[in-house]
Design a protein around this ligand. Structure first.
Ligand code: 7PJ
Length: 274
């Protein structure tokens, strides 16, 4: 079971988190949903398509993206969180800023999804003061420069040890274990080889006992393998989502919810879990 505010998820089947970026510059949907009503409409569509959670991001973290101020991020994100939460949608907010976390939680967010794994001062406390779920993601370096020369001695062990340490820090601060998700952070300070090693080893991350979220949707590693641009990575993304789930991922974070839900239905029909 995963507890996220008033939402409780059964992890017996994989969950789908649908992505809505309200940014001018995200790599796939940047600029498309900057208008709040369009973002809301897109989020509703993703819900209808079968998303269990909607992930709202107001800060692009792609290499070279410009930083966003706290007030801009709040203005982009909070109205959407309020509107979606009021409809009963489980909303995750993708942010690194404690002030955005606190405002999102007050607006009804179910989960805080932090690519910084709640390392900002005050971030753990902002989440511990509520009952939201938290997604702790691994990143090497900072978004602007992380892809320049990522180096690991043992990428799987380092990512796993970091995530377990962050999860323990959250538990020590009062965030119950059932509220915690871990994420290897595909593409965040990782080469293709690092990403593949982590994908192959999702089972060893899942063996920590924390549910694992995998975010591979349309990422550049898929482009490196297929030679396709970001707009032509849907088949690769579906294959990556299935590969992750087959190795024990509990949640997949995707742009293409309808297609992913269909792919998972086939996988579930074959790989029946009693
Ligand atoms: C991830 C994320 C991811 C989690 C982004 C993109 C780049 N949050 N936020 N995991 N990626 N938890 O949308 O591809 O992989 S931003």
């Amino acid at each position: 079971m995963l507890r996220c505010g008033r939402h409780t998820f059964d992890l017996a089947r994989p969950l789908v988190m649908g992505i809505v970026n309200v940014t001018p510059d995200s790599f796939f949907d940047g600029g498309r949903y900057l208008d709040a009503s369009r973002a809301l409409e897109h989020a509703r569509r993703l819900r209808e398509d079968g998303a269990d959670l909607i992930d709202i991001g107001g800060e692009s973290t792609r290499p070279g993206a410009s930083p966003v101020s706290e007030s801009d991020e709040l203005a982009r994100v909070i109205p959407l969180v309020e509107a979606l939460a009021a409809q009963g949608t489980a909303v995750a907010v993708d942010t690194r800023k404690p002030a955005v976390m606190r405002a999102s939680i007050a607006a009804g967010a179910a989960m805080i999804n932090d690519i910084g794994a709640l390392t900002a001062p005050g971030a753990i406390d902002a989440c511990a003061a509520s009952d939201v779920g938290v997604c702790l993601m691994h990143m090497q370096g900072e978004p602007g420069t992380m892809q320049q020369a990522p180096v690991y001695r043992d990428v799987v062990a380092e990512v796993r040890d970091f995530l377990v340490a962050r999860a323990r820090a959250c538990e020590a601060a009062g965030i119950a274990r059932e509220r915690i998700v871990i994420d290897p952070g595909f593409g965040f300070g990782k080469t293709l080889a690092h990403n593949l090693a982590l994908l192959r080893s999702i089972g060893s991350l899942a063996a920590t006992g924390y549910p694992v979220l995998a975010g591979l949707s349309r990422k550049s590693s898929l482009g490196e393998i297929t030679g396709r641009g970001v707009g032509d990575r849907l088949p690769a993304s579906l294959a990556a989502a299935l590969a992750a789930v087959a190795r024990g991922a509990a949640i997949v974070r995707v742009h293409d919810v309808r297609e992913t839900v269909d792919a998972l239905k086939i996988w579930l029909a074959v790989d029946v879990k009693a």
